[in-house]
Design a protein around this ligand. Sequence first.
Ligand code: ZN
Ligand code: ZN
Length: 52
Amino acid sequence: MNEATKPCDHVGCGCQVPVSREYCSEACRMAAEEQNVGGACECGHAACQQRH
Ligand SMILES: [Zn+2]
Ligand SMILES: [Zn+2]
């Protein structure tokens, strides 16, 4: 059975997360709450580091 995923709710983050979650990491949660959408994603996942 495949687990459904969606993009992380942090704009600028390219990670996929389970639909039951909003963000892939605490870094994304804090960045989204601070509306810090101008900088690079700091979640540390490979999918985002490749965008540097
Ligand atoms: Zn990310
Ligand atoms: Zn994320």
